[in-house]
Design a protein around this ligand. Structure first.
Ligand SMILES: Nc1nc2c(ncn2[C@@H]2O[C@H](COP(=O)(O)OP(=O)(O)OP(=O)(O)O)[C@@H](O)[C@H]2O)c(=O)[nH]1
Ligand SMILES: [Mg+2]
Length: 317
């Protein structure tokens, strides 16, 4: 009599799952004071421009993922706002909250200082980064700026006495020197598990977010004084037509008097921001971009919880 019982194929399936488990993956937060090079390092480690950078402190305002996937490993890097103790405004508190929350529930933290040495501003991030159970790698960044390489060894020794770092790795985010060593050090701390994100995913943010950030990057790079800190960008429209992207954005400032500074004589400053941001977008999105910018005033937006939320600065973002 024919049996309708299936052959026991279950063990074959199980063997396949076991092979998948030979991949490593995990989440790694890049933390440190403002301007130490976190976003530059994230872009370097991922090998793509994900996060905006500038020579001005407090460029990054959001938590942002940059995902590096190879055949056997996936490292999910978390870029964070620079941790700082000057906590006067609602925006500053928001940024510190985002950065502090990003230190929890991760597999590893990379705390960054500059090769010029420990400064007072590094103490606050150090205190927050050191938590029991999560390995902290110290990355000493900007070693390309060191005139005397002999100063690196004493700095590494002083650093090893500061805290129980899992490893101390000198690196240059700008030139890429030792970036591979840092990646190897990080990989040791990631668990063997399947990938957390699809292998072709680079970031957790969509194109609208990156478009707003690329405009903000030009504001940070183009102005010296207060303008970057009183500006927020909101994408009003993001439409794809016949292979081109049509993007409309508002740059919000806090006071009437800031508008003419941002716009410039004959609109030249705004034109520069627009054309540079447009080129950066074309590179990042791989499509032709038409960009229209407006400047508007929203009084004291950076000190208002509700204004911050409506401009995309909400907890968990
Ligand atoms: N010479 C040198 N400059 C670097 C290096 N890494 C970053 N920088 C520069 O340092 C400045 C700050 O870099 P960011 O990556 O924006 O710094 P950040 O830590 O993300 O700053 P916040 O977002 O403000 O917290 C930029 O001008 C970078 O080009 C490096 O390895 N060497
Ligand atoms: Mg940054």
């Amino acid at each position: 009599m024919p049996s309708n019982r299936r052959p026991p194929t279950l063990w074959i399936c199980s063997a396949k799952v076991d092979t998948d488990l030979t991949t490593r993956s995990g989440t790694v937060t890049l933390a440190g004071r403002p301007n130490v090079g976190k976003s530059t390092l994230l872009n370097r480690l991922v090998g793509q421009k994900i996060s905006i950078t500038s020579s001005r402190a407090q460029t990054t305002r959001h938590r942002l993922l940059g995902i590096k996937t190879t055949e056997h490993a996936q490292i999910v890097y978390v870029d964070t706002p620079g941790l700082h103790t000057d906590n006067k405004g609602v925006m500053n508190r928001y940024m510190n909250r985002v950065a502090t929350a990003s230190l929890q529930d991760v597999d590893c933290v990379v705390l960054m200082i500059a090769a010029s040495g420990w400064s007072r501003a590094d103490e606050f991030p150090l205190k927050l980064a050191i938590s029991p159970g999560i390995p902290v790698i110290l990355a000493i960044n900007k070693i390309d700026q060191l005139k005397d390489r002999a100063r690196l060894l004493p700095l590494m020794e002083t650093s090893s006495r500061k805290a129980g770092f899992a490893e101390i790795v000198p690196v240059s985010a700008r030139t890429g020197a030792n970036a591979d060593d840092l990646e190897k050090a990080i990989l040791k701390h990631l668990p063997e598990q399947p990938f957390l994100y699809p292998a072709d995913q680079l970031s957790d943010r969509g194109e609208r977010f990156h478009a707003a950030e690329l405009i903000r990057e030009q504001i940070f790079r183009g102005f010296r004084q207060e303008i970057p800190y009183v500006s927020a960008v909101k994408i009003e429209q993001f439409r794809r037509t016949k292979g081109a992207l049509n993007i409309e954005a508002t740059i919000w400032v806090e006071k009437e008097g800031q508008k003419p500074i941002l716009i410039g004589k004959d609109g030249q400053n705004l034109k520069n921001i627009g054309s540079r941001a447009r080129l950066a977008m074309q590179k990042q999105f791989g499509a032709k971009v038409h960009l229209h910018l407006w400047v508007k005033v929203r009084k004291g937006w950076s000190d208002s919880d509700s204004a911050l939320r409506s401009l995309g600065y909400a907890d968990g973002e």
